[in-house]
Design a protein around this ligand. Structure first.
Ligand SMILES: *Cc1c(COP(=O)(O)O)cnc(C)c1O
Length: 236
């Protein structure tokens, strides 16, 4: 990777942090916003450039690609990074995720939660878990419906090797600004309900990507997942 490309990534991070700071202060909850750098389909060098600019949280969608990056970066001494699995997860891939990742944001089924709980190595801290909610009931998106959050949350909270931290959503594409605001606002309500039951351990509401980060934070997101605005366009 050329110096120019890694400088670009680092400049993007500086700009995004600045924007998030201002947006967080403007939002209802006035809370700090964590930036998750979505590095799927970007190179190890791109991740390193971001890590060298103090980026800690990284998101990956594909198990094998993610595990390769995690192992390679650990081998090179990047031990402080936190890896989030954010893609659809099949049951035959849960073991790799349980063994290598720090967070899973895309839990939508009891079966997957049960397997991750069983497969999490005992010498590692509990795997941090977000439930993925399909808040727009979009046929093309994964995630559980809002009505099912309560049950799955109860199941996960009883898993010793999982730690329930909150909720994640991806909105339906092509909706209006008002519809997006309404959906984010519904997510915030669900999140508050979860907090009322499970208390302070519920501390993460992951919503907003490069295209809708601003609205998400104003409506209460405290983690945004950003790929393109950090690393540029993905290949295919
Ligand atoms: C790819 C992806 C992102 C990042 O999307 P950008 O538009 O590149 O910012 C965020 N969240 C999930 C779940 C993704 O799959």
């Amino acid at each position: 990777m050329t110096i120019k490309v890694s400088e670009k990534i680092q400049n993007n991070l500086v700009n995004l942090r600045q924007q998030l700071k201002i947006l967080g202060e403007e939002s209802n909850d006035k809370q700090p916003v964590e930036l998750l750098a979505v590095s799927k389909k970007h190179s190890i060098d791109a991740v390193k450039a971001a890590a060298e600019a103090d980026q800690v949280h990284f998101g990956e969608n594909y198990v094998q690609e993610g595990v390769e990056k995690i192992q390679q970066l650990k081998a090179e001494g990047f031990n402080q990074l936190q890896w989030h699995f954010i893609g659809p997860l099949q049951s035959n891939k849960t073991k790799d995720v349980a063994e290598h990742f720090d967070w899973v944001q895309s839990i939508e089924r009891e079966k997957i939660a049960r397997r991750l709980n069983e497969q999490r190595p005992s010498d590692k801290p509990p795997l941090n878990v977000l439930l993925q909610v399909n808040i727009d009931d979009d046929d093309n998106k994964s995630g559980l419906s809002a009505d099912d959050v309560e049950n799955l949350a109860r199941f996960v909270s009883n898993c010793e090797n999982l730690k329930l931290r909150g909720l994640m959503t991806i909105l339906k594409a092509g909706t209006s600004e008002q519809e997006r605001r309404d959906s984010f606002s519904k997510m915030r309500q669900l999140y508050q309900q979860l907090k009322a039951v499970y208390g302070e351990q519920i501390d993460t509401l992951s919503m907003g990507m490069s295209g809708d980060m601003r609205q998400a934070v104003l409506e209460g997101a405290n983690m945004v997942r950003i790929g393109t605005a950090i690393f540029g366009q993905r290949e295919s």
